[in-house]
Ligand binder design. Structure first.
Ligand code: C2E
Ligand code: MG
Ligand code: MG
Ligand code: MG
Length: 285
């Protein structure tokens, strides 16, 4: 290394660190303002049943188009909100927005489409989680039957006993429960038996190569069989091709979610999609 190189190298790292920490600071203050001003929207992605080709539900995915930062991906700002604690007010806002979405669906003539909401493990673990969710639902004249709660493996791996009793209560209230991104954490199906879950969502990373990689195919096949033995329905996430749909159908996968049918859509476009689906498939929704 020459001295010059060394110096360039150093200043490069320095600039990068500085940009990183600037971004974190900006993100933090923008996120705070955005929560206050309700600058978030939800996009909704339909889930289709393989058996009857019906729309069986939708997943709500938060979107943030920041005035200062532009579009920020949820992967980035959710993680940041979890670290700063902002996830609690954000998560409550997301539930509020999902309630609004529910009423929009009712007005459009679709009262029986459950909305799946992703719940951060930080929010879930709060003592007040159940109360906070119930309060929001009541305030917005909605009931648990209209919603599904998606938790991740990370959530259920934490303090199992408390988690079990919370999940039991949520289910008694009428929520459907699903485990999201299955296969990416460290839990096993045998570990999951103790949790009262209705739906298992196989992570996109397994679905991506099921048509070309035999081992992925074998894993997905085994997950579907075992989930069914445990009385869970199975959703394949991130399905993009008709070949994947056919293969998943042949394996007995219950529901398909992915760009193949639709990207996550703003509510108005989702309702258009529903109309299209009813005409095209003479389908019930
Ligand atoms: P997730 O819950 O597993 O959501 C599925 C992600 O896969 C979404 O990304 C969705 O847009 C994307 N996706 C769906 N179909 C396809 C496909 O066919 N191909 C590809 N390449 N991607 C597909 P998104 O919206 O960027 O969200 C990423 C993650 O951020 C979510 O993963 C979830 O963990 C988190 N997230 C999103 N919205 C919320 C929210 O409202 N609350 C919480 N706590 N987390 C959220
Ligand atoms: Mg999800
Ligand atoms: Mg997922
Ligand atoms: Mg995922």
């Amino acid at each position: 290394f020459s001295k010059d190189n060394g110096r360039n190298c150093y200043s490069f790292y320095f600039d990068e660190l500085e940009t990183d920490s600037n971004r974190v600071l900006t993100l933090d203050s923008e996120l705070r303002k955005a929560i206050e001003n309700r600058e978030f929207t939800l996009a909704y992605q339909p889930k289709i049943s393989t058996e009857k080709n019906e729309i069986v539900g939708i997943e709500a995915l938060v979107r943030w188009n920041s005035e200062k930062l532009g579009f920020v991906s949820p992967a980035e700002f959710i993680e940041h909100a979890e670290e700063s604690g902002l996830i609690i007010p954000l998560s409550e806002l997301i539930f509020e927005l999902a309630c609004e979405g529910y009423h929009q669906l009712v007005s459009a003539g679709y009262p029986n489409v459950p909305i799946a909401v992703n719940v951060s493990s930080i929010h879930f673990q709060q003592q007040s989680f159940l109360d906070s969710v119930q309060t929001i639902l009541e305030r917005n004249n909605t009931s648990a039957q209209s919603f599904e709660i998606e938790v991740t493996e990370r959530t259920v791996m934490n303090s199992a006993q408390e988690t079990v009793s919370k999940l039991v209560k949520l289910r008694q209230l009428g929520f459907k429960l699903s485990i999201d991104d299955f296969g990416t954490g460290y839990s096993s199906l045998s570990y999951l038996v103790r949790f009262p879950l209705d739906v298992l969502k196989i992570d996109r990373s397994f679905i991506q190569h099921i048509c070309s990689l035999d081992d992925k195919q074998a894993i997905v096949d085994a997950i579907i069989q075992m989930a069914h033995r445990l009385k869970m329905k199975v959703v394949a996430e991130g399905v993009e091709t008709s070949q994947q749909v056919e293969l998943l159908k042949s394996m007995g996968c219950d529901y398909i979610q992915g760009y193949y049918y639709s990207k996550p859509l703003p509510m108005e476009e989702l309702i258009d999609f529903f109309h299209f689906w009813e005409v095209e498939h003479q389908g019930r929704i």
